[in-house]
Design a binder for this molecule. Sequence first.
Ligand code: AMP
Length: 178
Amino acid sequence: MNRELLISNLRNIPNFPKPGIQFKDVSTLFKDAECFREMLDELTRLYANKGITKVVGIESRGFIMGAALAARLGAGFVMCRKPGKLPGETIKKNYAKEYGTDSIEIHLGAIEPDDTVLIHDDLLATGGSMRAAYDLVQFFKPKATFINFLIELRMEGLDGRSAFAPGTDISVLLTIDE
Ligand code: AMP
């Protein structure tokens, strides 16, 4: 992966959505045609031989590359959404955020035991939202589960990878140390 291409296209927006947060704006990664294609090419290379049958995207920025990658891999695409958005019967997982709690849902029947799943989101911070999605996916007892982020944010006091058991298969395209 061309790290410089990613860095030059990623926009940092200070103090969004609240003071003190350095928001990594992935919209500028998607806006640039070359950058978008390179990310998709790299993810396709990483997962082409893993037998992925379902890509799960986390609302909402995980939907963009997740859906494009699913089409490339010949896999189905499943949405993991904020509460109350999915119309069918769902299972729900609550998780802790920096302040307060949140939850996400997935449709019952979205994944089968013979699926091999890749869960994708744009960014790893505390790992709370991906861990909740991972736990939801495990409810369906898939054959295997892989995790991918476009960006891993590392800073003092923030270790998103520790939310997952050692040996969990996690890939990232770009790590940012702050
Ligand atoms: P976490 O659950 O703490 O790992 O947070 C990851 C989720 O929150 C992802 O869906 C990101 O889109 C979003 N997020 C958290 N922190 C940031 C940040 N500094 N910049 C951009 N997105 C963020």
